[in-house]
Design a protein around this ligand. Structure first.
Ligand code: ARG
Ligand code: ZN
Ligand code: CA
Length: 254
């Protein structure tokens, strides 16, 4: 795509107790985070250690709440549905009205984001490009969504949604999903080979897999650190996301 790609988003709020019915302000705060993070205009880029600053990249991808629903009528880009289910998991039940959730809007034309209560410490999950249409999109724990309302530290800077949309646009975890081994790859050339996930907020340098002296790129959105510790995508990660929008997900931006 040329210029900037603007992705229409529908947020499906699926709530059981009223506190889970997140406010419009909380939803807006998440959209703001996405538009800063994906354009590399987030104000915490100063957290990137000096040897890595040359890898910081602007994806030219932006997000907006849909203004037209699937029938062509005006919409806020938000649906709100009460459910009997007290909690959802990785099994996609939140994505279907038949199982206590909400059906997606056409997944070729909208990025569907389901927000609700998740169990088992799950912050969110995503479907990679090329999967079944009826479950395409990302799911985010309400307390890991946005920066206000129910958002709770240390996952209260909206980075779970940034991370999950990274997967949705074809990014793998930066450590290569091989446990703590050094043979897995994220298929991205400019990220250092990394052992396993990082948690919390590591100190620089964090060396693994003989990747010294600079070590892991633990400030990357596709690691598992706290929200305040993940602040950037790299040039080659951006190339993968842009390629996804130019191929598998091209209808999203046309
Ligand atoms: N899928 C990951 C999980 O649920 C999301 C990790 C997001 N990390 C973050 N700091 N927000 O564990
Ligand atoms: Zn992930
Ligand atoms: Ca690894």
């Amino acid at each position: 795509f040329a210029g900037v790609a603007k992705i229409p988003v529908v947020v499906h709020v699926v709530w059981n107790s009223p506190v889970q019915n997140v406010s419009q302000a909380q939803i807006d705060s998440q959209l703001d985070v996405l538009n800063r993070d994906f354009r590399a205009t987030n104000t915490d880029l100063g957290f990137v250690p000096a040897p890595f600053t040359g890898l910081i990249a602007d994806s030219r991808i932006e997000f907006f709440l849909a203004t037209e629903d699937p029938n062509g009528n005006p919409t806020t880009g938000v649906t709100r549905t009460q459910t009997n289910k007290t909690s959802f998991s990785h099994d996609d039940q939140i994505k279907s009205s038949a199982t206590g959730g909400v059906d997606p809007w056409p997944t070729d034309r909208y990025l569907n984001v389901w927000v609700g209560q998740l169990g088992g410490g799950l912050l969110g999950y995503a479907q990679f490009p090329g999967g079944p249409a009826e479950t395409d999109g990302v799911v985010i724990l309400h307390s890991g969504f946005g920066t206000t309302g129910t958002a709770a530290a240390p996952f209260d800077l909206g980075r779970t949604t940034t991370h999950e949309i990274g997967h949705y646009l074809n990014l793998f975890h930066i450590w290569g999903d091989d446990g703590s081994g050094c043979s897995g790859s994220d298929e991205v050339a400019d990220t250092p080979n990394q052992g396993g996930p990082n948690f919390g907020v590591p100190a620089f340098p964090k060396v693994s897999c003989s990747n010294g002296p600079n070590g892991d790129l633990f400030v990357n959105y596709m690691d598992y650190t706290d929200d305040r510790g993940m602040v950037m995508f790299t040039t080659d990660q951006v190339a993968r996301m842009e390629a996804c929008l130019d191929t598998v997900r091209t209808d999203l931006i046309s």
